[in-house]
Design a protein around this ligand. Structure first.
Ligand code: SF4
Length: 365
């Protein structure tokens, strides 16, 4: 039996001739009967409309370093108030956040928070930005947009951590309200997207191209390298060349380490040597800012000046270890501009992760 669902009225859907309603938020185009949920589980048909069932509810709030999103060239060292909801519109077998993204029970969403309360909490706790993360924010677009508007009214930036699997019209609305994004480019073959995520590569590339050429959103790309699945030198080279040719040399690219999780427990963790190999290939393709992630590798996680080679920002995992930039992001030594969003001195949040509620100050540093 289908349980009745309720929620906030959603946008981007239309009635089909056969009586079903099609959700037009992402390229899955779920076609729903009354009280049926979409694949993401949080959008559903109720009273002949699509509703967002998780509006105003979160799976918890944390203050993180912005480097954890990961964003290395967006106000480095600053704190970001991070939250997610439940569900996801991809079905990645290797999901590294599966307890949230695969959540079907709404008891995970005990934290209720209005957009204003979230923005106020960010101000109160000294965060420079709010991140929509842990699960993909495109599925809770209406909530994310309202939070983003409340943030901008208070001078707080907004960050989307997303797989970029979204249709054209909602994509334009969603990113109009974002200041920065990290987009997961999960692999570079249709085979990978189809077989492991039951999705398509094309719409993700469309989102990346859109961000670069039609918005001012600062964005970086993350590719989780999975042994035997997407870590061949040929695939990494093809991905890197595409980024270089379509997006240019200044878009940072993060190669991060996989650990066995969810439905992919038969693969080993990514060796550090694979991350270093990938970084070398991407640099060879011409990309200026290529990083390794989920590992200790200060050389591979630091930013270097493409003019003179000076180390501009030293990093070890989420800690900043060196800084050689002017307040507006130029090399201290040769004055070449480093691509990114820099605003004065670096933040000093460090690697801490702090849980908090939106009504109170941080509770356990
Ligand atoms: S957002 Fe959810 S309901 Fe809408 S098409 Fe995508 S998976 Fe289906």
């Amino acid at each position: 039996m289908i349980e009745p669902v309720a929620g906030t009225l959603g946008r981007y859907w239309h009635l089909l001739e056969d009586g079903r309603i099609q959700c037009d938020v992402c390229p899955r185009y779920c076609k729903l009967h009354e009280n049926q949920r979409g694949l993401c589980f949080v959008r559903a048909r109720h009273n002949d409309a699509i509703v967002l069932t998780t509006y105003g509810r979160s799976s918890g709030f944390c203050i993180d370093p912005i480097e954890k999103k990961p964003l290395n060239h967006f106000m480095p060292g600053t704190a970001v108030l991070s939250f997610g909801t439940a569900g996801c519109n991809l079905t990645c077998k290797f999901c590294q956040n599966w307890d949230i993204s695969k959540a079907r029970a709404f008891d995970r969403l005990q934290n209720q928070a209005s957009p204003e309360a979230i923005a106020e909490a960010a101000v109160r706790s000294g965060c420079r930005s709010v991140a929509f993360t842990y699960n993909d924010p495109v599925i809770f677009l209406e909530y994310a947009v309202d939070v983003a508007q409340a943030c901008r009214e208070r001078g707080i930036k907004t960050v989307a951590v997303s797989a970029g699997y979204i249709c054209e019209e909602p994509r334009a609305e969603f990113f109009r309200h974002m200041d920065a994004a990290n987009i997961d480019l999960k692999g570079f073959t249709e085979h990978f997207y189809k077989g492991l995520c039951s999705a398509q590569l094309g719409p993700v590339l469309d989102t990346l191209t859109y961000l670069k050429h039609q918005t001012n959103v600062w964005f970086e790309i993350t590719t989780l390298l999975i042994p035997g699945e997407n870590d061949s030198p040929a695939e990494i080279e093809a991905l890197s060349r595409w980024v270089m040719e379509r997006l240019g040399p200044d878009v940072p690219l993060h190669f991060t380490a996989f650990h066995p999780d969810w439905k992919m427990l038969d693969k080993p963790a990514t060796p550090p040597s694979t991350l270093r190999m990938a970084r070398g290939i991407a640099q060879e393709a011409g990309l200026r800012y290529v990083f390794t992630g989920n590992t200790h590798d200060e050389a591979g996680q630091s930013t270097y000046c493409h003019g003179c080679g000076e180390r501009l920002i030293g990093r070890d995992w989420y800690d900043l270890t060196a800084w050689s930039l002017t307040s507006d992001g130029h090399c201290d030594k040769c004055s070449t501009r480093c691509a990114g969003v820099f605003d004065g001195a670096p933040g000093s949040w460090g690697r801490r992760r702090t849980r908090m509620t939106v009504q109170e100050q941080a509770v356990n540093a």
